[in-house]
Design a protein around this ligand. Sequence first.
Ligand SMILES: [Zn+2]
Length: 405
Amino acid sequence: MSLIGSLQHKVKRKVATYQGLGARLHATLDWMTVNCEPYTSSTTLRHLGFLSAIPVPTSMYNYLLRLGEGLLSTSLGLGSIRTPLVTSMKNSIVPVAYAMCAAMCLSAACQSPTPFSLRDLGSGAWAAIDKSAAKPDLAGSNTGFVIGPEAVLVVDTFESSAAAQKMMEAIREKTTLPVRYVVNTHYHLDHVAGNEVFAKSGATVMAQDNVRSWMRTENLKFFGEKITPKQREWVDDLYLPDLTYTQGATAYIGINRGEVLRVMPGHTGGDTIIYDAQANVVFCGDLFWNRALPNLIDASTKEWVETLNLLLRDYPSAKFVPGHGENVGDESDIRAFRDYLVFLRQAVSQAQTHGASSADVLKAVLPQVSERYGKWAFFDFAGPSIQQTDEELRHLKKLPQQPLK
Ligand SMILES: [Zn+2]
């Protein structure tokens, strides 16, 4: 057997061996994906045809690529010279190196962390609460799901495929029914980045019209002017909704189990809440932040206050799952959140009188917000929120434009 033939034989044998580790290896790869930074869903080993569903962090991929090439170069006595031969062989070597590294992590996989905790809301409804609610992580937001008699509906998909994969596993521990629908409550990255995980399993991803239009455009702004090619690629690769609606829809997960998708203004201009009557639960997306300062970058606070009043009127005894915040809320929490927005609008409006500049407004309002809401999560949003509300009340705020039809 030639040198290359022998090498190919070894590679095949090793791949088979490591593939044989099956579920444990998959769990390890999940652990690596959750814990290795920086994460990007666009870089995967998919094109190598190995463990096709498992995304890996860019840094890990590049490391393995170098390791694989190094191993091959050494074996062939080529030193560090990159040749077409080496390049062509890396497709075989890299998966082996990857599997070897994965195997080394097997013990760590036993403690594989899940970036969210599940809360049972009754009647098949579950909230998945971000474990680092005050500091975005791989979950990055709260999500949830409802198990009906025939199928499952998922609300939002976190800010990474790794976290979404964990949610899929959590669902699989509770039911074998298919995930029929995913609803994106709005376009922000931290709520849609795992769509592909569920779409691949056959789910239809649904959202308001604007979500599909804005997902790959408006999300770029969160990276600022120094956006890297990888970050741009990540946004470019986001899985878009398959089905959109203007005002709302009802998604059935059983003959008598219709999930009400209702479009309400406030956070972005393309927000949907999902109401499950049986469990009496409203999944609010980012229309509700529980004891947390909200991101107002795309907000229309006047409409948002009206939306919160409608939620209180129409679902007075419901449980409300927030987009951010550590706990599922009730009507008192919705009131507290509404009162924050009302307070902010009033404080900014008062500070604007007598020709105050935006800097004056910030200086006047920030201590007031700190005094009343200093203990809420995401206090970093206080300054930007004052400036954004100042712009909104001066009619200078730029909001995402609704696409022409
Ligand atoms: Zn949001």
